[in-house]
Design a protein around this ligand. Sequence first.
Ligand SMILES: C[S@@+](CC[C@H](N)C(=O)[O-])C[C@H]1O[C@@H](n2cnc3c(N)ncnc32)[C@H](O)[C@@H]1O
Length: 266
Amino acid sequence: MAQDATSPSRLRSNRATLPHKVGYALRHPARVAPYLRRAGRDAWLRLIHPDHVGYYRAVMASDTRRDPEAAVGSRSHDRWLALGAMQFDYLLEHGLRPGHRMLDIGCGNLRGGWRFIDYLDTGNYYGIDISPDILIAAKKTLAERGLQDKLPHLTITGDLTLDFLPDAHFDVVHAHSVFSHSPLEVIEECLAHVGRVLKPDGFFDFTFDRTEGTEHQVLREDFYYRTETLLAVARRHGLHGRFMEDWERRPHGQSKIRVSRSPVPR
Ligand SMILES: C[S@@+](CC[C@H](N)C(=O)[O-])C[C@H]1O[C@@H](n2cnc3c(N)ncnc32)[C@H](O)[C@@H]1O
């Protein structure tokens, strides 16, 4: 959904508060029943999966059963295509080349991934995800796009320690709309380990739902962070970080941070 990520009211609102929820319900009465159904399902899934990854994997299984494109956050096929193109065009503008090796964390059903696979040299795309259901959908996307010869790696993961990947291997690590669904400990785990798999001049781009008010979460599905919180986590793990102003101009609704082992050239 196209949103103005820089609108001051959006950046300050706390979606977890009762006044926000009541105001939202009054403005969008048709969304109340679907929200309540989702809240009920999520409460049940949290009960049977106390750990976040187990819980979110169950959310993805349920959402993917209905519609894999909606499960990765796209309300229509056109929007799915546009969101993938936005990710791809941005990295191309930032110097992605066919010979680069890329790790796509939370690759989903290859909304952006199929374009990267098509562009990169054979075997240079590595997609990981916590959800077996969405990885099955990813393989379907791969076949539909006729990209079998590109031999991408598509791998299930249970955490973000990246311990099965080699040192200093990737030019680009990418996580699009993943930290927007992640509690801070998951983000911290990723930032604690990503430096090891990055080449010295490589970088890691991730999007996040930004707030300039109180950090909060909704249904443990959507998490809102202040930029400084995430930059501080990166610093704690010896990474340089910067807020990507040029991403704000895209009609996406999330913000983007780039981290790297050495200071990122502007
Ligand atoms: C909103 S979708 C975005 C998918 C893809 N990056 C894209 O832009 O189309 C989020 C994806 O991240 C995956 N995910 C969520 N938490 C994760 C984690 N901790 N590690 C790896 N993948 C995760 C989900 O299973 C889902 O496929």
